[in-house]
Ligand binder design. Structure first.
Ligand SMILES: NC(=O)c1ccc[n+]([C@@H]2O[C@H](COP(=O)([O-])OP(=O)(O)OC[C@H]3O[C@@H](n4cnc5c(N)ncnc54)[C@H](O)[C@@H]3O)[C@@H](O)[C@H]2O)c1
Length: 365
């Protein structure tokens, strides 16, 4: 039975006799852990497989309907899960982020390509009727200069001598595989191209810009902007992203979404220099901003992209989704998960970091 929330068309439904069995690969990661909580909240029996390579045990909630398999995905599918079947499969496990892929290219390529192949084969053999979501990335648009990016645009990738493109290539192969399964075996698989996803619980250690800025602002350290900061991005709150992800696999929507690629992200552009200023202003931090050349951080073989903005027409038409959470709120909520208790809608007015200015005690707009 449909839920009453138009953006959540697949509520638990009183007539379901058994809970829906859902598999979340990478469920101890940033997006996965938010998704797992949403699936548990709607009553699913959730299995999480995660090797904790970038995820965290603390992200996995204690819950009677949750089973956590701490394992490499391929090993879990061939071992402890080999006789299981699922109704919904969310494949989020991957080597994520440009920095990680540049640091460990061989392992990253293998993880992103081989695990997806294994997962799709498992679904085809064990639960061919499952609804499956494969996580891809806006990175696949590469150097395309179109704005905004539409799902059927050409992909414009750089040379294989530049390691940063291996992430985009690996995700593009995942997409081809998923679409081939949809085409050849009728698998109900959907590809989600995530643009920058941000929000509570995110860590900056793998090069993600917003949590890095927030952590520095809270500590009173300078925020480091790569290049001149004129490169622009769109940042979407993970809580909005989870609603989109659930919606794409909802039984009420799957006939419109299967075998297709969807952009998921916010479509409001902000330059990285402006993002740094917004973080400082929102958290009333005393931090300054410094600029560092790309080559100094990533080496000579790095290439960055000037702007990345999704066209959201397709997902809007298919499931009626659009982002709802503004960036200042995301920054405040992310800061709170890092220990900051600032002024805000809840009226709490305590500053835990000595580095924050007296202005931080003023309620935020
Ligand atoms: N966060 C973003 O802005 C963003 C943007 C584009 C695409 N994506 C995609 O979304 C998905 C989730 O990203 P995230 O931001 O939550 O990253 P994350 O690193 O927090 O999550 C990935 C999870 O996969 C797990 N993992 C990695 N290799 C594994 C393996 N072989 N077996 C089992 N588990 C494994 C990690 O431990 C981690 O918990 C990824 O596929 C990523 O490529 C994310």
């Amino acid at each position: 039975m449909p839920s009453t929330d138009p953006q959540r068309p697949d509520g638990p439904g009183p007539e379901r006799s058994a809970p829906r069995r859902s598999l979340v690969t990478g469920g101890a990661g940033f997006i996965g852990s938010h998704l797992v909580r949403a699936l548990l909240a709607r009553g699913d029996a959730v299995t999480v497989v995660d090797d904790l390579s970038t995820g965290r045990q603390a992200n996995v909630p204690e819950h009677a309907s949750l089973r956590f398999v701490r394992s490499d995905l391929g090993e879990a599918l061939a071992g402890v899960l080999r006789a299981e079947a699922f109704e919904e499969v969310y494949h989020l496990a991957a080597a994520v982020g440009v920095q990680l892929v540049m640091d460990r290219p061989i392992e990253s390529i293998r993880t992103n390509v081989l695990q997806t192949d294994t997962l799709l084969r498992f679904v085809a053999e064990r639960c061919p009727d499952a609804r499956v979501l494969i996580a891809s990335s806006s990175e696949v648009y590469g150097k395309s200069e179109r704005t905004p990016f539409r799902e059927d645009d050409d992909l414009v990738l750089g040379p294989t001598s530049k390691a940063r493109w291996s992430y985009a290539c690996s995700k593009a192969i995942d997409e081809h595989l998923a679409l081939a399964y949809a085409d050849r075996s009728g698998m109900r698989v959907v590809v989600a191209r995530f643009f920058n996803t941000v929000g509570p619980g995110q860590l900056g250690q793998y090069g993600m810009v917003l949590p890095r800025f927030v952590a520095d602002a809270l500590a009173g350290r300078e925020l480091t902007v790569h290049g001149d900061g004129s490169q622009s991005r769109c940042f979407c709150d993970v809580r909005d992203v989870v609603v989109a992800v659930e919606g794409l696999l909802a039984p009420a929507n799957i006939e419109r979404t299967r075998g297709r690629v969807f952009n998921i992200g916010a479509d409001t552009l902000i330059t990285i220099a402006d993002l740094a200023r917004l973080v400082i202003r929102t958290l009333a931090s005393t931090s300054g901003v410094r600029h560092v050349a790309y080559e100094q951080v990533f080496g000579q073989r790095f290439e960055d992209l000037h702007r990345r903005q999704p066209d959201l027409t397709r997902i809007g038409q298919a499931i009626g989704w659009k982002p709802t959470i503004d960036l200042a709120r995301t920054i405040r909520d992310l800061a709170r998960t890092m220990g900051w208790i600032g002024g805000g809608a809840d009226g709490v007015d305590v500053v835990v970091s000595a580095a924050l200015s007296p202005a931080a005690r003023e309620p935020l707009p």
